[in-house]
Structures are given as C-alpha cells and as structure tokens.
Write a protein that binds this ligand. Structure first.
Ligand code: HEM
Length: 415
C-alpha cells in the first residue's frame, strides 16, 4: 500500500470503533495498516456511556492474548458490545464465555460431535446441497447469491446436525442476522435482543422435547450427556446449542459470499482456480483470510499485563482485531493481494488457542464445497449491482448480492 494511502487513512485517535457506521465509511485496509504502524496497542477512549478499551491490531499481539487464558478471561464477554456492558449473561455456561475446567469439560464433550471423522457423512451432504442450489442459480439470468443460495447452506447443515425441522430454518437464519449484525442502521439494538430471545426460547422448547425423546442429533447429545455422572444444566444445554446455531451460520455465510465477490473482482485468481493451478483447499484458506467475517473477539484482563510498550491494567477490556491481524505485513507477503495460491496462510480467522473455533472444520467444508461447485459449474461470474453490506462492528459481510452466473457448457448440456 503506497505511503500516500496510509496518510489518507483516518487517524486512529479519531475513530469510533463502537459505531458500526465507521466500518462502512473507512477504507479498512488503510485504517488497520495505520493502527498497526502507529498505535498497535491502542487505547480507544471511553464513550458517553461506555468505558474505554484496548485495540490490538498486530498478529503477534493478538495471538499472544488469544493464547493466554490465564491472564485474559472470556467470562466477561468476548464481543465488544457485551464486554463494554461489563458482563455476559451466558458466562460460565456457554463454551465461548467459559474458562477453566468447565470450559475444557464442555468443549471435550462437544468436540466429539465435531471431529472430522464424525462429520464425514455430513461433508457429502454439504457438497450435494451446495451443487443443487448453485445449479438452480446458474439456470436463471439473475440471482441474489445471498438470499437464493448462501442463506440456505450452513443452516441446512446445522439444522440437520441438531435435527431442526426444515420449515423453521429460514426463521433461524433471519434471527441470527438480527442477533449478530444488522441489515441497516434503522434496526435497533433492542431488535437484536428480541431476536436472541426468540432463538433461545425456540431451542429450549426443542431441548425439552429431546430430553424426553432423544434422537441421535447434537441437541439430544447435549440434552442427555453427563460429566462426572451429572447432566448438563438446562442453561448449558440451551446456550451451547444456541452458540452452534449462531456460530455455525452467519460467519460461514459471510465467507462464502465474500469469496464469490473476491473471485469476481480478481479474474486472474478465478482463472487460476478454474485451470486447476491451485487446490480448492488453498483457495478456501485465502477466501477465509480475505473475508475474515468475525472482525474481532475480545477478553478482559485479570492482572496487569505488558503488551508492546503499553501496560494493560487488570479489568481492562482488550479487543483483538482479526480483520487487521490477517493483513499484517509482518506475517503475510503482499497482504492486500487476494492470492488463491497463498502459502503459508496461517490466518486467525478461527481465533487461536484454547477457544479456537469448534466449527473450524465445518466452516472450511462449506467454503470448499462452494469453491469446488463454482469451479465445476460456473464459467463466469458477473456482479450485477453493488453488494449490500451488513451494519456491524463485529461481523463483516453482505446481506444481498445480485449476480449472473454463466454455466459451464458441460453443466448446460446436462440440463
Ligand atoms: C469460536 C470464527 C464457524 C462454533 C470461534 C472463534 C472464532 C470463530 C474467531 C474464537 C472466539 C474466541 O476466541 O473468543 C468462526 C468463523 C467461522 C466459524 C469465521 C466460519 C467461517 C463455526 C461453525 C461453528 C462454530 C460452523 C459450529 C459448528 C464455534 C464455537 C466457538 C467458536 C462453539 C467457541 C469455542 C470455545 O470457546 O471453545 N469461532 N467460526 N463456528 N466457534 Fe466459530
């Protein structure tokens, strides 16, 4: 990135990272480069009703904090909004906001349902379902890639894993989007809260049914599991199922959609993929890095910690910006180039350390399924209008993407 562009980026001291609008207004690549260069461990001032917090933008610092669950806790929340409120009502019960022994116990229990071996039969289903949806999209002249294709994929998988009735899945997708992000600035935080409550209520009814009549789905596993002979509490069952629905859906959708945009914008990379010069796995990793759907996660310091040349005080909120770390020039060569053959590519899209994403394998499976389906079935991608961006300081991505997908002749003949 030329120096002039760096200078044109807003001064870190002038930015309000609590405001979703900031992420729509700025050139994020330039903004984060300036943070990394000038203020890598940056103190973000307090707002009228919220405390100040640390903004960590370099890869090495983010990894150091992710790794260190002794001095940084997840139990006060892991997303800026909840961290600034000072507490997370799911603390100590839901995996992502639980530390210590209970975290390990619940994580080990849930990992059994998410290992590559156990998920092997699910993988075929993801590929099949992706091809079916893409097949319908190439058959029409214009499609909304988000609404017509992507919105139906991860929830379909999570729905099958948790045995959620098919008719209820679209509602869950909509609630998820409202919980984690918003379609526009008009929607209020109150609506996000309502959506979260709708999901929780929905799952608790389902969990009660499964406890009475268990099946072989993940919700039944949680509802009937025991740790040291004791069943999980109702809250643990509901909140951890909720975290699968929430964690498994929106981020995955955002990576798949952002991946298509990146391939359409970088025709040379699209050709490398089509020609077989690069593997679908390598393209998947670059799409994940390039899109980094979860822009940040966070922690609260338990003791004073020296980071860079700053002292983080016990009790301070610390935010780790994956959206910056994944473009850190100390780790990635030409980080602002989309390179489907990039290697190595040790991004932190799924975090790092003890809370490393439980669904990383499944997230990758979804992106790879789309990459392979696009390679086999689509000859050309044309964006038909500007993508509609989400309004959020946590999840970045798109809620609408009008495109035309021209079918490969071979696919055309089959139809
Ligand atoms: C944790 C990102 C897909 C479930 C995380 C973390 C990140 C992340 C960054 C670490 C949070 C932290 O350190 O505080 C993503 C992205 C995905 C994705 C970008 C898709 C591209 C999934 C899927 C599932 C899932 C498919 C469900 C099967 C979880 C859970 C945790 C987690 C339960 C908490 C793990 C723990 O605290 O031990 N995810 N995730 N995620 N993710 Fe994902």
């Amino acid at each position: 990135m030329p120096v002039t562009e760096l200078e044109a980026a807003p001064d870190p001291a002038s930015l309000d990272l609590t405001d979703p609008q900031t992420f729509l207004d700025v050139d994020q690549h330039a903004m984060w480069r300036r943070f990394r260069t000038e203020s890598p461990v940056h103190w973000h001032p307090a707002g009228p009703a919220s405390p100040g917090f640390w903004v960590i933008s370099r890869y090495a610092d983010a990894v150091a904090v992710y790794r260190d669950n002794k001095r940084f806790t997840s139990e006060k929340g892991t997303v800026l909004t909840t961290l600034l409120q000072g507490e997370d009502s799911a603390a100590g019960k839901m995996l992502a906001v639980t530390d210590g022994v209970r975290h390990r116990e619940i994580r080990n229990l849930m990992l059994k349902s998410f290992s590559p071996r156990v998920l092997a039969p699910v993988v075929d289903g993801v590929h099949r379902h992706t091809r079916e949806l893409l097949g319908a999209a190439v058959a029409s002249d214009r499609t909304d890639f988000v609404a017509d294709v992507v919105d139906h994929i991860p929830m379909h998988t999570m729905g099958d894993l948790l045995d959620i009735p098919a008719a209820d899945r679209p509602r869950l997708v909509e609630w998820n989007t409202r919980t984690l992000s918003r379609h526009s600035s008009e929607e209020s935080e109150f609506e996000s809260l309502l959506a979260r409550n709708e999901i929780l209520l929905y799952i608790s009814e389902l969990a009660a049914e499964r406890r009475a009549k268990p099946g072989d789905d993940v919700l039944s596993t949680l509802a009937t599991a025991t740790i040291d002979g004791r069943p999980l509490s109702d809250d643990e069952i509901v909140l951890n199922s909720y975290s699968l629905i929430l964690g498994g859906d929106e981020s995955t959708r955002m990576s798949i959609t952002g991946g298509l945009i990146a391939l359409a914008d970088n025709v040379d990379q699209w050709r490398r993929l089509k020609s077989g010069e690069v593997t679908s796995e390598s393209a998947t990793e670059e799409i994940l890095r390039w899109t980094t759907p979860a822009m940040h996660f966070g922690r609260r310091a338990l003791v004073d910690v020296e980071l860079g040349d700053r002292i983080i005080r016990a009790g301070d909120v610390v935010t780790l910006w994956n959206a910056s770390a994944n473009f850190d020039e100390d780790v990635f060569t030409d980080p602002h180039t989309f390179d489907v053959g990039r290697t190595p590519n040790k991004h932190v899209v799924f975090g790092h350390g003890p809370h490393f994403c439980l669904g990383a394998f499944l997230g990758r499976v979804h992106v790879t399924a789309m990459v392979e389906a696009l390679r086999a079935m689509v000859a050309e991608v044309t964006l038909l209008g500007p993508p509609q961006r989400l309004y959020s300081n946590f999840i970045q991505g798109y809620s609408g993407l009008p495109v035309a997908l021209r079918a490969e002749p071979a696919v055309e003949e089959v139809r």
